[in-house]
Design a protein around this ligand. Structure first.
Ligand SMILES: Cc1cc2nc3c(=O)[nH]c(=O)nc-3n(C[C@H](O)[C@H](O)[C@H](O)COP(=O)(O)O)c2cc1C
Length: 218
């Protein structure tokens, strides 16, 4: 093995317009005040938007536009299950970077710019538990596991139902991640956990603006 990995080592690339206004009662739509094209800045800090397999993933373009408006560049990295929710070409066009969802093939040299921060949103229960255990079997996990060691600012916003979130392993994982410096946005003031069952209808409640504020103020 080469012994040297860069952030995004192994990637192969994964939007669409969305609402995403779950930032508390009376909050404006997350896209309020943003330029329609949301163009990426040519320079500036770099956010890795780590997207995992839950319905709010479809709306990650809302986050991208918020970050762009504050002068950040964004690289979207999706778990393989997260990628199933995405419009990869649209996100690539919006961000100027391919969506990465797999470790690179040997010989490939895709390398996104190094990150200044990472936001895991939406964060599935699956990813929270694997992340806290140091498991790196997806590119998204590999990056966020390594980011703890690198002390890169990390924010996570879980999205699941109350029953799934109530499993002891999930709570323990959140506590461990917090103890290692990860900001985990969780609680009724962030997102009131929904009931078990199909969760697509809850995706518009995802607090993208709170998520971005947590990154940009860290
Ligand atoms: C339509 C659909 C909706 C899902 N919603 C959620 C969810 O809201 N929260 C969650 O933790 N998992 C949800 N899952 C299950 C995850 O996608 C599944 O656990 C997957 O293994 C997560 O992989 P990842 O963490 O690598 O993205 C959903 C799956 C599907 C197909």
């Amino acid at each position: 093995m080469s012994g040297e990995r860069t952030m995004g080592d192994g990637p192969v690339a994964s939007g669409g317009p969305a609402a995403g206004s779950g930032d508390g009662p009376g909050a404006p739509p997350a896209t309020a005040g943003l330029a329609a094209d949301g163009a990426a800045p040519a320079a500036g800090k770099v956010l890795y938007a780590i997207v995992t397999g839950a319905p709010p993933a479809r709306d990650v373009d809302v986050l991208v536009r918020l970050a762009h408006a504050d002068g950040w560049r964004v690289c979207v990295v999706a778990s393989p299950d997260g990628a199933r929710f995405l419009d990869e070409p649209a996100l690539a066009e919006l961000t100027g970077h391919p969506v990465l969802s797999r470790y690179r093939k040997p010989g490939e040299t895709q390398a996104p710019p190094p990150p200044d921060a990472m936001l895991v949103a939406p964060a599935t229960c699956n990813t929270l538990v694997k992340w806290s255990a140091g498991i790196s079997d997806t590119l998204a996990l590999g990056l966020i596991v390594e980011a703890i060691g690198r002390r890169i600012p990390l924010v996570a916003v879980p999205f699941s139902n109350w029953a799934h979130m109530a499993h002891p392993a999930v709570g323990e994982s959140v506590a461990r991640l917090r103890s290692w410096g990860v900001t985990v946005l969780l609680g009724d003031e962030v997102y009131p956990l929904h009931d078990p069952g199909p969760s697509d209808k809850y995706a518009p409640l995802f607090p993208w603006r709170l998520a971005w504020q947590a990154v940009s103020t860290r």
